[in-house]
Design a protein around this ligand. Structure first.
Ligand code: FES
Length: 83
């Protein structure tokens, strides 16, 4: 069993613990958030999130730890994808 030793603080102030290599969509769902998606191949940018100040495309990235094992995540929004 993988050790859930990475703490994520989400934009809704929920905190979850995940393992290195977990996927962003499931992690966000556990925090009560939904990451938008589009192509799921890394080309459209709909799933971009901000992780400790760096933009990450959630559909082509796994969760990676840093030295502190603490990630602060916010969802970016693109007016193109909003209703
Ligand atoms: S869903 Fe299109 S880049 Fe992730």
């Amino acid at each position: 069993m993988k050790k859930r030793n990475i703490k994520i603080i989400w934009s809704n102030n929920n905190e979850t613990f995940v393992s290195e290599g977990d996927d962003w969509f499931s992690a966000a769902e556990k925090a009560g958030l939904e990451i938008p998606s589009g192509c799921l191949t890394g080309s459209c940018g709909a799933c971009e999130i901000d992780v400790n100040g760096n933009t990450v495309r959630a559909c082509v990235s796994d969760i990676k730890s840093n030295k502190k094992s603490l990630l602060k995540v916010s969802l970016t929004s693109d007016p193109f994808w909003e209703n």
